[in-house]
Design a protein around this ligand. Structure first.
Ligand code: PSU
Ligand code: MN
Length: 310
């Protein structure tokens, strides 16, 4: 049998071998979530944030059929500038690798890769969810079902207001995914720190979040946790400012017949244009904030694993 084409970077493989904390990072945010050259700057900055917080970053992508756990600077650079890179979710990962293709991993595919590589924590911006109009278009991200089955804690800034956040939380509850808000009682709305929705669970420290994930493992429960970390107050955009912009972006998507995998990247790009770049500044701030928290959780989990031998 051919072995799985999976390659760790030297930095990641050294950290894993010695039980040091590692944080997974997705690559779709680089190829489909932000424009060049900010995408490259952010990708590198976020890796440095994780190192400064005492953990090792592992950016994940498929390059010419190999699943890379940790990319070097030139690989990051190539991905950040590449045009037409595939967006890989659970459904696409094997086909891309089998054909020797190159693709960026979404939250779902990054979770699969992280778990294969023995990484328990993953930091990103926002997860995919239930889209508006899902009752007609059935557009529900595979990210939600991945959280239900793959044991990785995902740190995001809540769900984007381009989604139907209410329905997203309902699906997560149905799927048995713990949704943990950090330090406040309302669910954060990505570019805005709070929303009218209540936090399903609230925790105030990385240690508490790590203990909850560890306990899920002891209970034999499959799946991970969604940690919703509010954007720092100084960087947020008020929900009221964004509401008409999101409505406009959605109307444009509908008018242009944007469907399926193209919906999330289209909406992000359109909101970037309509806010004259402010959405990107906020997006960068929250991704960095999430990376730092993910590093803390990974450190707490590494300590727990060492202490309990599991
Ligand atoms: N949120 C962002 N930027 C992104 C995404 C989400 O702020 O780039 C990406 C993530 O990779 C997520 C994916 O997993 O969009 C969800 O896509 P879909 O809705 O097609 O499942
Ligand atoms: Mn979708």
């Amino acid at each position: 049998m051919t072995p799985l084409p999976l390659l760790h970077s030297a930095e990641v493989s050294a950290a894993l071998a010695t039980g040091k904390p590692v944080v997974a990072l997705e690559s779709t945010i680089i190829t489909h979530g932000m424009p060049y050259p900010q995408n490259l700057e952010v990708a590198r900055q976020v890796e440095d944030d994780i190192r400064a917080a005492g953990a090792t970053p592992a950016t994940i992508a498929v390059i010419e059929g190999t699943l890379h756990i940790g990319l070097d600077v030139s690989q990051l650079e190539t991905l950040a500038q590449a045009k037409g890179v595939a967006k890989l979710s659970r459904a696409d990962l094997a086909a891309c690798m089998a054909s020797g293709g190159t693709g960026a991993t979404t939250v779902a595919a990054t979770m699969i890769a992280a778990h294969l590589a023995g990484i328990k924590v993953f930091g990103t911006g926002g997860i995919g969810g239930v889209h508006r109009g899902a009752e007609d278009n059935f557009d529900i991200s595979a990210d939600l079902m991945e959280l239900a089955q793959t044991p990785v804690t995902v740190v995001a800034a809540g769900a984007k207001a381009i989604l139907d956040v209410d329905k997203t939380l309902e699906v997560l509850e149905t799927q048995g995914v713990p949704v943990i808000v950090v330090g406040q009682d309302s669910f954060p709305a990505f570019w805005s720190a709070s929303s009218p929705l209540k936090a399903p669970l609230r925790m105030d420290s990385a240690a508490e979040i790590a203990r909850a994930q560890h306990m899920r493992g002891l209970l034999g429960l499959p799946g991970g946790q969604l940690v919703a970390n509010p954007i720092p107050a100084d960087d947020e955009i008020a929900a009221a400012t964004l509401a008409p912009i999101i409505a406009q972006a959605q109307a444009d998507a509908d008018a242009h017949g944007i469907r399926g995998k193209a919906v999330t990247p289209y909406l992000l790009q359109r909101i970037f244009e309509l806010t004259e770049g402010r959405s990107l500044t906020a997006n960068i701030a929250l991704v960095r904030n999430n990376a730092r928290l993910a590093a803390e959780i990974a450190s707490e989990l590494a300590t727990l694993s060492r202490d309990t031998g599991s």
